[in-house]
Design a protein around this ligand. Structure first.
Ligand code: UDP
Length: 324
């Protein structure tokens, strides 16, 4: 079994590659290293290519045989997508079309696609299942929903088998603290909280404390990156049994507010977290919590990290290894 991992030098993709290599699956990473890290590719070959450059994809696929592809390459910041929508549609939609076209030419008939909770927009119910209306409120979510639609069309037209996995908030680091979450600039909550704890980052800005939530800060569903990797491997097995285009929501089904994350980080690190309340960030819904019953039932997904504490503890072990 040989899997093409597009975006395998990034946060979730690099955990995925290690997860598969540890289970004796061969992987090849395709990455343009724009936000990914060469040192995060720990197993298999790294081929530098850019999804916006079809010739480079061709060079990456030529001469290699793949049984399936996983697609993690994307711009994924909600706020940036609001201020730079063209970049998001170009990268996330046009780049994916280039990949799909190359996959078709090279006979790669299975794809696991990184989608997002942002396809749903403002939640209409407490826990979001797959049938929840899809009404993204930012270009990031809209770009991912467009790809989900393209995958359905690709199934009818070309017989592509696909599974879109809609991550809620990916978090945590590998258990051996070898790889973790590192973006430049860092915008995600848990890394920013831990950098504030380490003193290697500024005081945390809490984006809004006037949301209609119990403590006024946004509530999110944090899911460990290795649990996401497990779901991808199960999705590969699922595509052996099912044709068509499928989608699953991946979260723990429990929401934690920004203040609860700060408190959990205080407990995990034993340090004070300096923070200040700042204005709301554009494009942020108040609450996003998954129902992952479908993934549990149909994929057999059983996340190993179901509480916030072990997720933050794994991220903390990795952050302490970083010099910045
Ligand atoms: N957040 C925050 N301060 C930060 C980063 C994030 O208050 O420095 C909040 C953000 O507004 C959101 C939640 O934390 O409500 C999670 O944000 P993150 O960027 O980690 O993930 P997203 O939900 O955007 O995918």
């Amino acid at each position: 079994m040989h899997v093409l991992i597009c975006g395998g030098a990034g946060y979730i993709g690099s955990h995925m590659a290690r997860f598969l290599v540890a289970r004796s699956v061969s992987v090849t990473t395709l990455d343009n290293l724009s936000t990914g890290h060469r040192e995060a590719v720990q197993g298999g070959e790294l081929v530098e290519a850019d999804l916006l450059d079809p010739a480079s994809i061709e060079r990456a696929l030529g001469g290699r045989r793949f049984d399936a592809a996983m697609h993690f390459c994307a711009r994924s910041l909600v706020g940036e997508s609001v201020s730079q929508p063209y970049a998001y549609y170009a990268n996330n939609v046009s780049g994916t079309l280039n990949l799909l076209e190359a996959m078709r030419r090279h006979g790669i008939g299975k794809l696991v696609f990184s989608s997002t909770a942002a396809v749903f927009g403002q939640p209409e119910r407490e826990r979001i299942d797959e049938d929840h209306p899809k009404a993204p409120i930012n270009p990031y979510g809209a770009s991912k929903l467009m790809v989900e639609r393209i995958l359905a069309d690709a199934s009818s037209a070309y017989g592509l088998r696909s599974v879109a996995l809609r991550y809620f908030n990916a978090a945590g680091a590998s258990d051996d603290a070898c790889i973790g979450e590192s973006h430049q600039p860092e915008t995600h909550l848990i890394p920013n909280v831990l950098r504030a704890a380490l003193g290697t980052g500024p005081a945390l800005k809490v984006f809004g404390d006037d949301y209609p939530t119990p403590d006024g800060t946004c509530v999110r569903d944090y899911v460990h990156v290795d649990d996401l990797a497990q779901a991808h491997q199960l999705a590969l097995d699922y595509m052996d049994r099912h044709d068509g285009a499928h989608a699953f929501n991946l979260g723990n089904g429990k929401g934690f507010s920004v203040r609860e994350v700060i408190d959990a980080a205080k407990a995990a690190t034993g340090r004070e977290i300096r923070y200040e309340v700042a204005p709301r960030r554009p494009g942020d819904p108040a609450v996003l919590v998954a129902s992952s019953e479908k993934a549990r039932r149909e994929l057999g997904w059983v996340p190993a990290h179901t509480d916030l504490a072990p997720i933050i503890e794994s991220a903390w072990r990795w952050h302490q290894t970083q010099s910045y």
